[in-house]
Design a protein around this ligand. Structure first.
Ligand code: G6P
Length: 462
């Protein structure tokens, strides 16, 4: 772990803890999502303060208490006006920026930039100002402020004015919209967004590809090139190892083993999220079952998903489509005693880790993904020399290209072939591939990511 000299303040929309109130008592639970699971191990037992938005009633109750110490962390939740939060989070962050950064819009229909959108953009600014005010008040002198993700793109210039002593780093956990997509935003909003990001001392990305898209958009809209750095996050082997050896996980493995028997397990674990490409994953499996009658009945595809952003109609519709496609495929190929796809939306972390211990094939096929930690978390705990099929459009593919079965996420035939290849591997082939995966999965840890942030902050400040 890094030698931290200047105090650190982490800032993100979703915090590491979610709070609920039971009998007037606040109870803290560790939150989910890639950003939180990757970053939380870095701050446990340190003085780092984590400032995040209050996203539930429990979080709002916690906000009234100021800084809360729980689960080894110091967390300050920020109660933002509910209308401002909803407009900023739903309309700007999720329906606009997330879609542009991941190329998810059907541009013939969306986005609709009207008065409602412009009002939401003003709320996004207000939401950023609310964060800037709290950071300006709470950050210790000369702190390094690590701002996370597209929710908080405008903090840099605000903090430069309010707190010239602090160093600010903006880190994007997503890909970045190339100029062609950034041009979808109204020019003034695109300028404010990019100047906001460029107004941090330096901007970080998980992949050189996303940094290049950001630089190209800045050159297109602003006419200048801001400072960037590339630092992929990595899972914490110890953290996930502890869950993998825990009692809850052990019980789930026993149950899973009983269920699978001799059958092979294809696994995916994601948020129910348009960019994760669940539908093409199922279609690829469907095609594989059609091409390979011998595999019918000898494999189960478990998709563990947890619902997310259900305030957006696109996500509700996507979830329904995922559920009905799984049904169609199950009716097409299933028989008494065998359901080819098992879709499980109960969000249970030890159970997910149990599945990671047990998979034969892990399918990670996003159409575009900032990083994707699951592709490394799997190999860290898997006990069956399982294979990893990985989309070339995930940021983590930069590090893993040589050790995975690489796929174009749009190409269903290629994914069907990769599934069959992985299932057909001999035990010697599996062992060789797994040894290579294990080395790459352990090459970096979250501490390396933090060191990279601090090194980038230091050199930007010079
Ligand atoms: C991605 C984003 C994070 C976000 C997470 C969960 O990993 O990069 O910023 O927190 O998804 O999404 P949510 O909207 O539920 O916070």
């Amino acid at each position: 772990m890094t030698n931290v000299t200047s105090p650190i303040v982490l800032v993100s929309n979703r915090g590491p803890l979610s709070f609920s109130e039971t009998d007037g008592q606040l109870v803290a639970k560790r939150g989910a999502g890639g950003l939180v699971s990757g970053l939380a191990p870095l701050v446990v037992g340190t003085d780092t303060m984590w400032i995040a938005a209050a996203l539930s009633d429990g979080d709002r109750a916690a906000a009234a208490e100021g800084v809360i110490a729980a689960e080894g962390m110091r967390v300050r939740t920020l109660a933002i006006d509910p209308t401002v939060l909803r407009q900023a989070y739903d309309i700007i962050c999720n329906a606009t920026l997330w879609f542009l950064h991941h190329g998810l819009h059907d541009l013939s229909r969306r986005p609709l930039i009207d008065d409602g959108w412009l009002e939401a953009w003003a709320s996004y600014r207000t939401y950023n100002e609310a964060f800037a005010e709290v950071v300006a008040t709470d950050a210790p002198a000369n702190a390094t402020v690590l701002v996370q993700d597209y929710h908080l793109a405008l903090l840099g210039p605000m903090l430069r004015t309010a707190r010239p002593d602090v160093t600010t780093v903006h880190f994007s956990h997503t890909p970045f919209a190339p100029p062609m997509l950034m041009r979808v935003m109204p020019h003034d909003a695109a300028t404010e967004l990019l100047e906001g990001m460029a107004g941090h001392d330096v901007c970080g990305f998980h992949s050189a590809r996303w940094a290049a898209d950001f630089v190209a958009s800045c050159e297109d809209v602003l006419g200048h090139t801001p400072a960037t750095f590339v630092a992929p996050l990595a899972p914490d082997a110890e953290d996930i190892g502890a869950v993998a050896s825990g009692a809850a996980c052990e019980a789930a493995v026993t149950e899973l083993d009983d269920h699978l028997g001799e059958r092979q397990l294809i696994l995916r674990v994601d948020r129910i999220e348009l960019s994760k490409n669940l539908l093409r994953g199922f279609r690829a499996y469907d095609l594989m079952l059609s091409n390979r009658p011998d595999l019918r009945g000898s494999v189960i595809f478990r998709a563990l998903g947890y619902p997310s952003r259900e305030g957006l109609p696109e996500y509700l519709a996507y979830r329904q489509e995922v559920e009905s496609l799984a049904d169609v495929i199950n009716r097409r190929w299933g028989f008494d005693g065998w359901s080819p796809i098992e879709l499980d939306l109960s969000d249970n972390f030890p159970r997910s880790v149990a599945h990671l211990r047990r998979y034969d094939v892990l399918l990670v096929n996003p159409i575009r993904d900032g990083l994707n930690l699951v592709a490394k978390e799997g190999p860290l705990v898997n006990e069956r020399h399982g294979s990893v099929i990985l989309s070339r459009e995930a940021g983590i593919h930069d590090e893993m290209a040589d050790v995975v079965l690489s796929v174009n996420p749009y190409d269903i035939a290629a994914q069907a072939a990769a599934l069959a290849t992985a299932l057909d591997r001999s035990s010697a082939e599996r062992a060789t591939a797994a040894a290579a995966l294990d080395i790459v999965a352990r090459e970096r840890d979250p501490g390396d990511w933090l060191d990279d942030q601090l090194a980038a902050a230091r050199s930007a400040r010079r």
